[in-house]
Design a protein around this ligand. Structure first.
Ligand SMILES: Nc1ncnc2c1ncn2[C@@H]1O[C@H](COP(=O)(O)OP(=O)(O)OP(=O)(O)O)[C@@H](O)[C@H]1O
Ligand SMILES: [Mg+2]
Length: 359
């Protein structure tokens, strides 16, 4: 999937380009309208309808339920996004949609909607990898023509399904240089929260409890922190939490706070250490952070402060909180570069791929 993109191409783009973007890979139905003009990305509308309350009852996402809810929501949300953006179909230059990875029943709803709109409105269709969206989510406010100066960059993607270190050489040119060998960080957060009966999704709850203390009587391991590669492992930390909990017949709220604190410290120590090690090794100019766990305050602060101390020449880009979880703006943003490279999808052969690998 090579995308030809460079500064002169962007500078030559005087005509504004407007993209309607759709994201439905998991449990958020999201639609956005973006205009790329005068070297900037303007967000004309940005809607996210989360199903989290529904899935919280089951302690996780039920794919069949998610798809039914997407079906109900998608057309009204497209309609509202167009109205809020004050655009009609004539003003849309392309339709972008998440083509994977994700849950197939959920992906199908977004993809079939995008295909129908593309056919009826006679507009090109752009297939975006969900992880490519997370990778660039911290760059949405940057001047478009300055983006090539940030490469090579290293992105730490931390989400519900992924924990990857991705070397970004240019748009469309990526290499996974490390990441988890087992659980994704978000998944570990959710499982640890479940062990302590805290609710779903676990990340924000653990993070809140952790913020209520600044010390912990518990000690958890930092697996693989000293290994020479850029790989990580989070299932061991999770199992250590389980063994810690088993030692007590009753777990108090204070113990839950302290376990949350230590868990968050352990996880962020590993993530930050591996990211900095890889950034140094690959001599990147920029470190990017993306994915749902990028909302975590401890991780954001630790990555910024440690990078500033150890790699002062490397700039760190952290996404706005609203672009950390799933959203359609992060799908529309890389779609612009696919548009410039005329990297369009055929309606007929386009099937979502639940396991679509970015690299
Ligand atoms: N403040 C936070 N601290 C830690 N984790 C968080 C925080 N907020 C959200 N999360 C975690 O982020 C994850 C959701 O992220 P995201 O929506 O990007 O995942 P996904 O889209 O399901 O997976 P993927 O992007 O890999 O397909 C959940 O596991 C959630 O617990
Ligand atoms: Mg995601």
């Amino acid at each position: 999937m090579p995308v030809i993109y460079n500064k002169p191409i962007i500078e030559a783009m005087t005509k504004p380009i407007t993209i309607l973007a759709i994201e439905s890979s998991c449990d958020e139905t999201a639609v956005a309208v973006l205009t790329f003009q005068a070297d900037q990305t303007m967000i004309l509308s940005d809607l996210v309808s989360s199903q989290v309350k529904t899935h919280a009852k089951y302690g996780g996402v039920i794919p069949e339920v998610a798809a039914r809810m997407h079906i109900k929501q998608i057309i009204p949300i497209v309609d509202t996004a167009m109205t809020e953006a004050a655009v009609n179909s004539d003003l849309i230059d392309a339709i972008a949609v998440t083509g994977g990875p994700g849950l197939i029943p959920s992906l199908l709803v977004g993809v079939e909607t995008a295909k129908s709109l593309s056919f009826v409105w006679q507009k090109p269709l752009i297939k975006v990898n969900h992880i490519e969206g997370h990778v660039f989510s911290s760059l949405i406010n940057e001047k478009l023509s300055r983006l090539p100066e940030l490469f090579p960059a290293l992105c730490l993607v931390v989400s519900g399904g992924h924990t990857d270190l991705i070397l970004v050489k240019n748009f469309g040119d990526y290499e996974r240089v490390g990441g988890t060998r087992d659980d994704a960080v978000g998944e570990a957060y959710d499982k640890v929260a479940k062990m302590m009966a805290l609710g779903y999704p676990g990340g924000p709850i653990i993070s809140k409890l952790a913020s209520e203390v600044n010390l912990s009587q518990f000690e958890l391991p930092r697996p693989m922190i000293d290994s020479k590669d850029f790989d990580m492992s989070f299932s061991g930390i999770k199992t250590s939490v389980l063994y810690t909990l088993k030692k007590y017949s009753a777990v108090t709220d204070q113990m839950k706070r302290e376990i949350s604190f230590e868990f968050e410290q352990a996880v962020s120590d590993v993530l930050v250490s591996k990211t900095l090690k890889a950034a140094k090794q690959f001599r990147v100019k920029t470190i990017l952070l993306g994915g749902g766990v990028a909302a975590n305050k401890t991780l954001r602060e630790k990555l910024q402060s440690h990078a500033a101390a150890l790699l002062p020449d490397v700039s760190v880009k952290i996404p706005e909180i609203k672009y950390t979880g799933d959203n359609a703006v992060m799908i529309g943003f890389p779609a612009y570069f696919h548009f410039l490279a005329k990297n369009f999808a055929e309606i007929k052969g386009f099937r979502p791929d639940p396991n679509w690998e970015l690299t």
